[in-house]
Design a protein around this ligand. Structure first.
Ligand code: CA
Ligand code: CA
Length: 93
């Protein structure tokens, strides 16, 4: 398997398939569920960075809901959609 770059993962694309969608959101939720039961985490460093879309250092349901919100937004704004970073920055303001 080729090595994934660790420094700049695509924000929100947790499974690295090039898309930000419900699959990523559900992986974030699954990881969050593991954290809350003190189970060992399954995300690598790159996935953690991709999952923490609001950059607060935590992976939780908020990140999952932002990923879903971006996915819904992109589905209705194909041509004009801004990058997820900008979308989240707006959502947080
Ligand atoms: Ca993905
Ligand atoms: Ca977060």
């Amino acid at each position: 398997m080729p090595e994934q770059p660790v420094d700049e993962p695509d924000l929100g694309d947790v499974n690295g398939d090039g898309k930000v969608n419900a699959v990523d959101a559900s992986q974030v939720l699954a990881e969050y569920a593991l954290h809350s039961t003190n189970a060992p985490e399954t995300f690598d460093e790159s996935q953690k960075k991709a999952a923490d879309v609001n950059g607060d250092g935590k992976i939780n349901a908020f990140d999952a809901s932002m990923i879903l919100a971006y996915y819904a937004y992109k589905a209705t704004n194909h041509d004009t959609a801004v990058p997820i970073k900008e979308f989240i920055a707006k959502e947080l303001n």
